[in-house]
Ligand binder design. Structure first.
Ligand code: KIV
Length: 345
């Protein structure tokens, strides 16, 4: 029996209930974050939050536990998505489109990806962080693949890398895995091949094309990847692949029969108003809500309603020689400025 299958369950239901930001441990002071290591460190007496690992993710398929993966690009979103219960955070090169405003992922660089990985790793406590190898960052040579993938782990503090590719990528996957770099595969619609595909099109629609996607997935699984993203393929093909390989399949636009699902966080949260792909379900409408909040702020600034007294620091404290009765009503300006953006009281 695979030892991963006997691991303790890792679902959020096993974790202490969160009572708000930072409070990830019940009855104890919050888990403190070691910025230099990018990992959670519990104070003495506190329960330690267990980071999901390669064996625990593999074990989820064996136990029939579905995997929830979400993209993240910065520390605040990473913390929110991690606390929301996602098992895996993908620092996807989709950041080129949703963060950088590009029309494809192709111009995204390794340095940019690593910058975002570092930020996400600081925000994530429990979820596994996976960094996406961008366009042409591993294809040139084994040396290039190893060097770039290793940077994601050492500089980006990710626990794994993802790469787009099928049969042609199998040797690289094998090499990375052999040398201790966990790999998530990605087959079907591969956005880095947008020009070769003639656009972002569903793949594997004919029997021949479906067999080819299946062959890609099998090659990547046999090369040692511990999970694989199936993007933009018919649901029955995704089900066939899921039944054919023993590593978890994580679908996006691939139907419900996968072992898990992934969505771009901006899509899931309704932050991409002009994009409505068929496979995206919006679980919130944060763009509309955010826009309304900014409109209210602007109107209150212009009318002088904001900042009212509760959001201000009062007046300058009169000197000793001033009248004592007037001193009593003044809010003193603190001489100690707490950490954060500025003084809080
Ligand atoms: O870059 C990305 O966000 C991805 C997901 C859509 C799977 O590859």
């Amino acid at each position: 029996m695979d030892p991963a299958a006997t691991e303790a369950p890792t679902a959020m239901t096993d974790l202490p209930k969160s009572s708000g930001p930072q409070s990830r441990v019940s009855g104890a002071s919050p888990v403190s974050h070691d910025a230099s290591l990018g990992s959670a460190r519990a104070p003495e007496g506190a329960l330690r939050l267990k980071r999901l690992t390669v064996p625990s993710i593999r074990g989820m398929k064996k136990r029939g536990e579905r995997i929830a993966m979400v993209t993240a690009y910065d520390a605040t979103f990473a913390q929110m998505i991690d606390e929301g219960g996602a098992d895996m955070l993908l620092v996807g090169d989709s950041l080129g489109m949703v963060v950088q405003g590009l029309d494809s992922t192709l111009p995204v660089t390794v340095d940019e990806m690593i910058y975002h990985c570092r930020a996400v790793s600081r925000g994530a406590r429990r979820a596994m962080v996976v960094g996406d190898l961008p366009f042409m960052s591993w294809q040139l040579s084994t040396e290039q693949a190893l060097k770039n993938a290793a940077r994601f782990l050492s500089e980006g503090r990710a626990q794994a890398v993802k790469l787009e590719g099928g049969v042609e990528a199998a040797d690289t996957v094998r090499k990375l895995v052999t040398l201790g770099i966990p790999v998530v595969g990605h087959v079907g619609l591969m956005p880095q091949s947008v020009h070769a595909m003639g656009g972002f099109r569903v793949q594997g629609k004919t029997e021949e094309a479906a067999d080819s996607v299946l062959e890609d997935a099998i090659a990547i699984a046999q090369a040692g990847a511990f999970a694989i993203v199936l993007e933009g393929i018919p649901s029955d093909l995704a089900a066939r692949i899921t039944a054919s390989i023993d590593i978890p399949t994580i679908g996006i636009g691939a139907g419900v029969e996968c072992d898990g699902q992934v969505l771009v966080c901006y899509d899931l949260l309704g932050l991409t108003p002009s994009l409505r792909p068929k496979f995206v379900k919006r679980f919130a409408e944060l763009y509309a809500e955010g826009k309304q909040a900014v409109a209210t702020y602007c109107s209150e600034v212009k009318s002088g309603v904001f900042p009212s007294a509760e959001f201000a620091f009062g007046n300058v404290q009169p000197s000793q020689s001033s009248d004592a009765s007037s001193r009593a009503v003044h809010t003193p300006v603190p001489d100690h400025v707490p950490a954060g953006y500025g003084p809080t009281h």
